[in-house]
Design a protein around this ligand. Structure first.
Ligand SMILES: [Cu+2]
Length: 154
């Protein structure tokens, strides 16, 4: 059992789960890059998420939103294969085809703090590593709060 971040990434690497086609077909979600969405003056957030060539991994694979709300995503498929993106959004998930070397835009609304996943569900790409997470920071509404210990504040 690892206890520090260094130990964790060292073991992920040693086991071969931090890249594709080593220990497993795919790499683990949490082994990819992390990025934060930027905020425009109108309060909308924006970010760019890529599929790099021959990596079968979203880049970043973890996108952090500073708070709930509207986010405009630019999705860029630099891979030689056609992919798609199934994205979380209040009301209904959004789906977009990304043929090779194309880009697309999606506007999402995620108002609740928490973790949302997104993926390319075609041809088992999810299982091969094309699964990512959007993490919305912020206060959990009182009615949704679990009786958990006080969280460290920045
Ligand atoms: Cu795909």
């Amino acid at each position: 059992m690892t206890s520090t971040a260094q130990e964790r990434s060292a073991l992920l690497s040693k086991v071969g789960l931090d890249s594709q086609n080593k220990a497993a077909l795919g790499r683990l979600l949490a082994s990819g890059n992390i990025a934060q969405a930027t905020e425009r003056e109108d309060g909308r957030m924006q970010a760019t998420v890529r599929i790099n060539p021959d990596e079968l991994c979203w880049d970043p694979s973890i996108l952090v939103l500073p708070h709930g709300g509207d986010v405009d995503l630019e999705l860029i498929n630099d891979d030689l294969n056609t992919h798609c993106a199934l994205l979380p959004s209040n009301g209904d998930r959004k789906f977009i085809w990304l043929v090779n070397h194309s880009r697309g835009r999606a506007s999402l609304n995620l108002d609740g703090p928490g973790c949302y996943w997104f993926s390319s569900p075609t041809g088992n790409d999810e299982g091969r590593g094309l699964t990512g997470a959007i993490v919305v920071l912020g206060e959990v509404p009182p009615e949704a709060r679990l009786d958990r210990p006080a969280q460290p504040r920045p």
